[in-house]
Design a protein. Sequence first.
Length: 433
Amino acid sequence: MSLNLHWPRTLTSRVWLIFLIGMILAQALSFGAQYYERYQMARNTMLGNLQTDVSTSIAILDRLPAEERPAWLSRLARTNYAYLLNAGEAGVPIKAGDVPIAVTSITDAIGEHYPLTFTDIPGPKKHFQGHLRLSDGSPVTIDVRPSMVPLSPWLPAVLLGQLALMIACTWLAVRIAIRPLTRLANAVETLDPNAHPINLDEQGPTEVVYAARAFNTMQARIAAYLRERMQLLAAISHDLQTPITRMKLRAEFMDDSAEKDKLWNDLGEMEHLVREGVAYARSIHGSTEESRRTNMDSFLESLVFDYQDMGKDVLLIGKSEVVIDTRPHALRRVLVNLTDNALKFAGAAEVWVEANNGSLRLTVMDRGPGIAEAELQQVMEPFYRVENSRNRETGGTGLGLAIAHQLAMALGGSLSLSNREGGGLCAELKLPL
């Protein structure tokens, strides 16, 4: 089984991983360096003490009477080595390439005065012995049991404390470094040219200030460009109304004929298109309407009753029992466009309302011809019409859904289209509660 390691996807995880690995390696190197330095210092100190202690102890035993020597063994014994008044244990000679450093120290201490031999003693805990004879010929064995240099109990705790402190500092540094990026990402995610722009705070480190200033400038440019485009469209559409009106007045004085009827119909279509263009241009400013507390059940009942009074087949299904802050004129325009669209192509419409999960869902359904899946997004673009079912003969301009989509975004919601099972179109408007 192979282990596949993947680079983390988020910048926070990557920075954390880099810092964490770096800190662990740095702490490991620091611990290794400290431990090695303590080991070298402790070994040198121990070997120096060993030389002095062995030379002193052997001199004492050599000068003591034979009967007093056993009483001194406990006094001369140390943690890692002791003295025996015998020939020691049977062992094997120490190999030339595997001589412990303590052998050299003992040899340097007493080797000139006492002939020494060393043997390895096998067993559960391997050790070695040095054999010599005193001036009177009595055997003495130096039993050496090497052990690891002791580690201070506080050293690991201090190193772990350092690691914890560095992790805390890293967490703070990563948080400070990532927070501006998070704010910038949230600002980009919620960027809405239709709404009043909210500038990022231009404070903090130089790089953060530069990024915030660049974002604010970009946001202002987008808003200015969009405002200029909409003003241009509104101006053109508005100015076209005057010549169209004059042309209609002139057509009134023409003799009745088929050509007059065609001209009148064309002028009517042009006038309708101009009105829709002005409405679309103004829809971009839907956010300028003042928000009001609106009872959604009463609002929807009033809308549906108006259609029913005109003899239209429109039904309201469900109740929300919620009161929300919204712009009622903009919301009414969205629902009217969707309902008119359903009535135009299906002859009937159903308005469903449901409130759950912190959002209000308003759905307008029909049993018309529907829209091809590939065109569900395109139909909400300005002046786009589905040729096979929504053509000029129906009076459509291709702006109804575009206006509804624009106003839905201005209300802080979203508009989506989907085809119903069994045929028909489903237009769903989601608004936050």
